[in-house]
Write a protein that binds this ligand. Structure first.
Ligand code: ZN
Length: 131
């Protein structure tokens, strides 16, 4: 009997612990939600302050702010420009071995590419338009 009582006591104890943890979880969840809201409003304000401050600084220096540049920490956008040297546009056809500078010379199956890429693939210049 005493063993069963002890077990009941243990179950009651565990239930109490569960209830306690549940209430802790509830309060932590509420706290978390509150902090999340706070965090997103801080982020909003930071972004707003950044945009406004940045644009104000432009106006003060007589520069019209380029709003496309907001969040201008995207260095890759600038790096991309330098990565591939521009090669003039060329046109190839799936069946041909020549690349063309004139789309009309390449014909209606013309695929737009660049001279560099066409040469890489073994295309040679068209006698009519690419010499
Ligand atoms: Zn051609």
């Amino acid at each position: 009997m005493s063993k069963a009582k002890a077990q009941i006591a243990t179950v009651d104890d565990l239930n109490a612990q569960i209830a306690d943890l549940q209430s802790q979880l509830d309060s932590k969840t509420a706290e978390y939600n509150e902090l999340s809201n706070e965090k997103s409003s801080v982020e909003d304000l930071t972004q707003q302050a950044y945009e406004e401050g940045w644009q104000d600084a432009c106006w003060e220096n007589g520069i019209e702010p380029d709003t496309d540049d907001i969040g201008g920490y995207d260095y890759t956008a600038h790096l991309d420009d330098g990565d591939e040297p521009e090669s003039p546009t060329a046109y190839i056809t799936p069946s041909g071995k020549r690349y063309h500078l004139s789309q009309s010379c390449a014909g209606e199956n013309a695929i737009k590419t660049t001279i560099a890429e066409a040469s890489d693939k073994g295309y040679t210049p068209c006698m009519n338009c690419a010499q």
